[in-house]
Design a protein around this ligand. Structure first.
Ligand SMILES: *Cc1c(COP(=O)(O)O)cnc(C)c1O
Length: 383
C-alpha cells in the first residue's frame, strides 16, 4: 500500500492514533491491580454507552461470539424464539439460536425495509399461552443499512413478557440505544464498529430479567458463561485471559467518547450520514434503504446503471485509496456500502464522495464528478 487509505467500511473502522498507542504498552498480569483498574473503568464507561444501570460485561471475541453468548446464556434447547430479521445479521442471530436447538420462527421483512412493530405486536398477541420465550432483533442491520425502531419494539415485547435480545453490534455509539428505558433485556455490541478500537472485544449488557432467564437456561456453555463473567468481574478479572491491549484501547476510546457525551456522538453520526446520502444521490445514485429508517452508521447504495460494483470498488481502492464494502449474500452484485461510523469525520465523507464521483465518471457514468462533494458540503453546512 503506497498511499493513504481511507477505510469506509462498516467494521473494522479507523482507530485514532492515541487509541492505537494505548494498546502498545508492555503486557501486564491480567490478574493484577492495573488490569483490574482498567476493567472497572471500562465497565463503568460502557454502562453510560449502553444507557444502563445494570450489568455490562467485556468478553474477548468477535461480535458473533457475543451473539452466541446471548443464545447460550438465555435459552434452552426446544425454546420457541421469534426471530425478527431484516437482513444477513438478523438471519445470523437466528442461525445461532437454531444451531443450539431453539425452535426459531422467522418474522422476516423485505431487505431494505425496517421491521414493522405492529407485525411484531400481532404475532406476540396471537401467542396466547406465551410459548414464545425470546424475541431476537437487530438494532442496526449492517447488511442493508437499515435501523429498526427499538423504542417502539421494546415496549411491545415487554407487554408480551418474552425476553428481548438485541444485536446492537453496529449501532452502539453511532445510534441512540436506550437499553434500560426501552426495556432491552440483553444487548450485544462489538469493538470494531463504532467504538473506535480494533476488533477483538464484544460487550454484553443484561438486566434482572436476563439474569432470571439465565438461571433456567439449559444450553451447555463454558467459555461464554456470563455467570462466570459476573463472578470474576467482582474480583476485577475476567474468567479467561482477555485481549489485554484492547481493554486499554477501550479505556482510552471511552475517555474520548464520554468527554464529548453520547448525544454528541449520535448527532455527529446523523449529520455525516445525511451528507453521505445527499452526496450519493447528487451523483445520480439510488439509495437502497427505506429513507424513513436509513442507518446513520452505514449507507447502502444501489448498483449504478452500466457500472459493475466490483469495478467501482476496485478503482476506488486502487486509485483513490478509499475502501468501500460490497453487498452481502444475495445483495452482492446489487449494492455497495459506505461505512461512516466510529472515527470518521467530515473530511473523510467529502473525500469519499469526491473519489466516488471521479470513479463513476471514469467507469463511464454520465455524471458531474464534483456533484457529490458539493451536495455533501451543503448538507454539512445546513445541519
Ligand atoms: C459486524 C456485525 C456482526 C458480526 O460481528 P463480528 O465481529 O464480525 O462477529 C453481527 N451483527 C451486526 C449487526 C454487525 O454489524
Amino acid at each position: 500500500m503506497n498511499q493513504k487509505q481511507l477505510l469506509m467500511i462498516p467494521g473494522p473502522t479507523p482507530v485514532p492514533q492515541s487509541v492505537l498507542l494505548a494498546g502498545a504498552g508492555e503486557m501486564i498480569n491480567h490478574r493484577g491491580p492495573e488490569f483490574a483498574e482498567a476493567l472497572a473503568a471500562c465497565t463503568e464507561g460502557l454502562k453510560k454507552v449502553f444507557q444502563t444501570e445494570q450489568d455490562v460485561f467485556i468478553l474477548t471475541g468477535s461480535g458473533t461470539g457475543g451473539l452466541e453468548a446471548a443464545v447460550v446464556n438465555m435459552l434452552s434447547p426446544g425454546d420457541s424464539v421469534l426471530s425478527v430479521s431484516i437482513g444477513v445479521f438478523g438471519d445470523r442471530f437466528a442461525s445461532i439460536a437454531e444451531a443450539f436447538g431453539a425452535k426459531v420462527e422467522p418474522l422476516n421483512f423485505e431487505w431494505g425495509a425496517a421491521a414493522d412493530p405492529e407485525k411484531i405486536r400481532e404475532r406476540l398477541a396471537a401467542d396466547k399461552d406465551k410459548k414464545i420465550k425470546a424475541v431476537l432483533v437487530t438494532h442496526n442491520e449492517t447488511s442493508t443499512g437499515v435501523t429498526n425502531d427499538l423504542a417502539a419494539i421494546g415496549p411491545i415485547v415487554r407487554e408480551h413478557g418474552a425476553l428481548l435480545l438485541v444485536d446492537g453490534i453496529s449501532s452502539l455509539v453511532a445510534i441512540d440505544c436506550q437499553t434500560d428505558k426501552w426495556g432491552l433485556d440483553l444487548v450485544v455490541a462489538g469493538s470494531q464498529k463504532a467504538f473506535m478500537i480494533p476488533p477483538g472485544l464484544t460487550f454484553i449488557a443484561m438486566n434482572d430479567r436476563a439474569w432470571a432467564a439465565m438461571e433456567k437456561a439449559a444450553i451447555p456453555r463454558f467459555y461464554w458463561d456470563l455467570g462466570k463473567a459476573k463472578d470474576y468481574l467482582e474480583r476485577g478479572q475476567t474468567p479467561w485471559t482477555p485481549a489485554v491491549p484492547q481493554v486499554f484501547q477501550l479505556q482510552k476510546a471511552l475517555d474520548i467518547l464520554l468527554a464529548g457525551g453520547m448525544q454528541a456522538s449520535f448527532t455527529r453520526h446523523a449529520r455525516q450520514a445525511a451528507a453521505v446520502r445527499a452526496g450519493a444521490q447528487a451523483l445520480g445514485l439510488k439509495l437502497f434503504a427505506d429513507p424513513t429508517h436509513a442507518s446513520n452508521a452505514v449507507t447502502s447504495v444501489c448498483k449504478p446503471d452500466g457500472v459493475e460494483i466490483s469495478d467501482l470498488r476496485s478503482l476506488m481502492r486502487e486509485k483513490y485509496g478509499v475502501v468501500l464494502a460490497g453487498g452481502q449474500q444475495r445483495l452482492k452484485n446489487d449494492i455497495f456500502r459506505i461505512g461512516h461510523l466510529g472515527f470518521v469525520g467530515e473530511s473523510d465523507i467529502v473525500a469519499t464522495l469526491g473519489a466516488l464521483g471521479m470513479t463513476l465518471k471514469e467507469l463511464g457514468a454520465d455524471v458531474d464528478a464534483s456533484a457529490g462533494v458539493s451536495a455533501a458540503v451543503k448538507s454539512l453546512e445546513a445541519e
